[in-house]
Ligand binder design. Structure first.
Ligand SMILES: Cc1cc2nc3c(=O)[nH]c(=O)nc-3n(C[C@H](O)[C@H](O)[C@H](O)COP(=O)(O)OP(=O)(O)OC[C@H]3O[C@@H](n4cnc5c(N)ncnc54)[C@H](O)[C@@H]3O)c2cc1C
Length: 464
């Protein structure tokens, strides 16, 4: 008999969070002061706090988190760590031009090296495995896309990607669906909750205070600083960083037009038996995506389970982000079907863990940064499905901006220029529905619609 997908609290539904429950720490109660306050204890908030303390060790840094450390996307993701800052090198060229894309490619590699060195130096064990990332072609059309991706990478000075034939790809992971593949040796897989809680532990060690179970209800200007208010307390600080990702519009409604929250859904199987492992192969344990617009992404966990996710995310108008969005029976059924399509011999595999989480998507698939309340508040969000790596970079950017320190990073176009806005509701839900429909047709082998071609021409498309 099949197990029904778990539903209920995310702490029980999410494999990573259930494996490593995050204990309750202190709640913000009464009156507090800090030099700097960061709202949100996901990866962006933690990296920002760590970089702030490194740049200004004398300043008091406090984080205020609505749930627990890692209860947002940072604890719910697939744990596939990539070196690309944009969604792809081809999109980086389309969005920012060749020279800037070249800079982003080098920065992405340096960022990954710095991040992994940090984890080693500070003993943060998050089961990181430098497996590389494999993009698979499921159709002949995808093969030419992979060739284009390889050419784009080479043109940006990334010379270690390798095209695999159908046989080579199937030798890695045994699916007859694969027509070929593209291997990026620079990626890795890891346990996202162990990464995020490891960073929180380190942040506390260097003096960062973290209040949890303390949703910020109001953020207000006060003299030359800010005041944040929760149900049980208040905190005054000179400067504030909002590291609240897909939830940011609740505190700062004006960013609403720059991003949409999209819910991605993921399932995790029982551990594969030795026989099932022989069927699937996967000795290299690579993180995998395929070349469709709405792709599956998947990996093995440290204890040999399959994590299977979909980028065919759901938008709940108008920019809804609440626990009701964390569950989608339709997506869970589609995930089971897509896994069985790839691996028919394993179609009976049970997937007892199922959950969703909000990614924060901009029209250009890269984060954006900004300032509010007369320079007292800074924010950075919009990491789409690449936040594991880019939040490290974003934390550095936010720390420099907040402390008014100079950095070459502040000259990046993605820091200086906001993304093209999304239309307001109700046009927004119509546009998201229309683009989703048209991209599905392309994934099914159809030609791009006029709308998709128009968006591509405007640099707002998904032709990655
Ligand atoms: C299903 C899924 C799969 C993904 N897979 C990958 C992947 O394989 N690789 C990859 O690189 N990226 C992946 N991502 C994206 C990645 O997880 C995110 O980009 C990244 O975690 C963003 O980190 P963050 O800290 O900005 O946001 P979050 O982790 O969402 O943190 C924001 C925090 O702010 C808190 N908050 C919000 N409002 C308030 C408030 N009012 N008061 C106090 N606190 C508040 C929230 O509770 C939350 O903890 C995936 C995301 C999802 C959902």
């Amino acid at each position: 008999m099949r197990h029904e997908p778990r539903s209920g609290a995310i702490e029980e539904a999410c494999f990573w969070l259930a494996r490593h429950p995050v204990p309750a720490e202190s709640v913000l109660a009464g009156e507090h002061c800090a030099d700097l306050v960061v709202v949100g204890a996901g990866l962006t908030g933690l990296w920002t706090a760590i970089h702030l303390r490194r740049l200004a060790p004398a300043l008091d840094v406090t984080i205020v988190e609505a749930g627990r450390v890692a209860s947002g996307a940072s604890g719910r993701n697939a744990g596939i760590l990539s070196d690309t800052i944009d969604h792809s090198h081809r999109l980086a060229i389309a969005h920012f031009g060749h020279d800037e894309a070249h800079r982003l490619a080098a920065l992405g590699r340096a960022n990954l090296a710095e991040l992994t060195a940090f984890l080693t130096t500070h003993g943060i064990d998050c089961a990181l495995e430098p497996t590389g990332i494999l993009t698979t072609a499921l159709t002949a059309g995808h093969l030419s896309q992979l060739e284009d991706s390889l050419a784009a990478a080479c043109s940006l000075g990334v010379n270690d990607w390798r095209l695999l034939s159908a046989d080579e790809t199937r030798a890695e992971i045994h699916s007859e669906r694969y027509q070929g593949g593209l291997l990026n040796p620079a990626g890795a897989i890891l346990d996202p909750v162990r990464l995020t809680t490891g960073l929180a532990r380190y942040a506390r060690q260097i003096g960062v205070r973290i209040f949890e179970d303390s949703p910020v209800e109001a953020l207000e200007r006060e003299r030359d600083g800010v005041r944040i208010t929760t149900a049980t307390g208040r905190l005054r600080a000179r400067r504030c960083v909002l590291a609240t990702s897909a939830y940011t519009h609740r505190l700062l409604p004006r960013v609403r037009h720059r991003f949409i929250p999209l819910f991605d859904y993921v399932r995790v199987s029982e551990p594969l038996t030795t026989a099932q492992r022989a069927i699937i192969g996967w000795q290299g344990r690579q993180g995998v995506t395929d070349a469709r617009s709405f792709f599956n992404y998947y990996r093995l966990t440290a204890d040999g389970r399959v994590l299977w996710g979909t980028s065919e995310a759901a938008y709940y108008p108008p920019n809804r982000v609440d626990p009701a969005c964390d569950d989608s029976a339709r997506h869970y059924a589609e995930l089971r079907a897509s896994f069985a399509w790839h691996f028919p011999a394993l179609s009976e595999l049970e997937f007892p863990w199922s959950w969703g989480g909000a990614i924060c998507a901009t029209t250009r698939f890269t984060p954006f940064f900004g300032t509010a309340l007369g320079g007292r508040v800074h924010y950075g969000l919009g990491f789409t499905g690449h936040g594991l790596g880019t939040t490290h970079l974003a934390g550095k950017i936010l720390a420099h901006v907040t402390l008014e320190r100079d950095s070459d990073l502040l000259t990046l176009r993605l820091v200086r220029e906001p993304p093209f806005p999304y239309p307001p509701e109700p046009l927004r839900r119509w546009a998201v529905g229309r683009v989703t429909h048209d991209l599905r047709r392309v994934d099914a082998g159809g030609r791009p619609s006029l709308l998709l071609r128009l968006l591509d021409a405007l640099g707002l498309g998904l032709s990655s």
